[in-house]
Design a protein around this ligand. Structure first.
Ligand code: 4FN
Length: 246
């Protein structure tokens, strides 16, 4: 998969993707990242990429023309036409279903805003879709772009080792994760649950599923809304709630 990052700070996103799973995906040729800076396509000595907003008020707006030229150049850099995504608070909230769809595309161009955002004419003319990573104020779209890169990179075939893909599968069913423990068994902070040391893999799998269901019900009931649990899962959750005295 090829991802082109359009940003005034493209190296920021590239560096975020330089570690761990995403770094390995790039080394393995599973992910091809290219940074593009609209400033390289801006005119004049100051290479102006922003200007005052019409209608008055505070803040600057990213100009159409440098972005248009920059996008034209990145389109020409590879015959594959990119899906152009503008990371924006006005976008559709990102979730794993959308990540899976994006990860299946051959090429993505991620446009990151700064200042007050991008001239709307550029958005209307060039952007295929807007995506938001959440409802809080950020200084730029680069962190959102880094989130998208990370999430789609790990879904590239061959990006995860066996352990990674197994844990990915458990996340795929949309439940929160069960608790995790390692050495030592006894610690001032507590003892590792007996079942995890029993060697009884059926009991361990049951306990983990029950913990995932209980924690999801308790902390993120919205993830269970509109979802019909299997009889087995419902029984596990009911038992968990009884044991919690809830
Ligand atoms: C949501 C909320 C609080 C009601 C809101 C309402 C109005 C503006 C913002 C805001 O943050 N403007 C600044 C701006 N943010 C983002 O790019 C951005 C923010 C959040 C999630 C994102 N996902 O992708 C990009 C995202 C960066 C500078 C260029 C203009 C956009 C926020």
């Amino acid at each position: 998969m090829r991802i082109d990052i359009v940003s005034l700070f493209p190296e920021f996103v590239e560096q975020c993707a330089g570690f761990g799973v995403t770094g390995r995906a790039r080394e393995r040729g599973l992910l091809d990242l290219h940074g593009w800076n609209p400033r390289d396509w801006a005119e004049g000595n100051y290479r102006k990429v922003d200007d005052r907003t019409f209608g008055g008020g505070p803040g600057m707006v990213m100009l159409v023309e440098p972005l248009r030229r920059c996008l034209a150049a990145l389109r020409q850099a590879d015959p594959l036409p990119p899906r152009v995504v503008y990371l924006s608070p006005q976008g559709r909230p990102l979730d794993q279903a959308r990540v899976r769809e994006l990860a299946a595309l051959p090429r993505l161009a991620l446009l990151c805003g700064r200042y007050e955002g991008v001239d709307e004419r550029l958005v209307q003319a060039e952007v295929d879709e807007e995506i938001s990573i959440g409802d809080y104020v950020l200084s730029g779209g680069e962190l959102a772009a880094a989130v998208v890169v990370d999430a789609v990179a790990r879904l590239q075939e061959g990006a995860l080792n066996d352990a990674g893909s197994a844990s990915q599968d458990s996340f795929e069913d949309g439940l929160l994760d069960c608790p995790h423990y390692s050495h030592p068994v006894e610690h001032a902070y507590g003892t590792v649950p007996e079942v995890l040391r029993s060697g009884n893999h059926a009991a361990i799998a049951r306990w983990r599923r029950q913990q995932a269901l209980g924690r999801t019900w308790q902390r993120r009931p919205d993830l269970l809304a509109g979802r019909v649990l299997s009889k087995a899962d419902q029984a596990l959750l009911d038992e968990w709630r009884r044991e919690q005295g809830r």
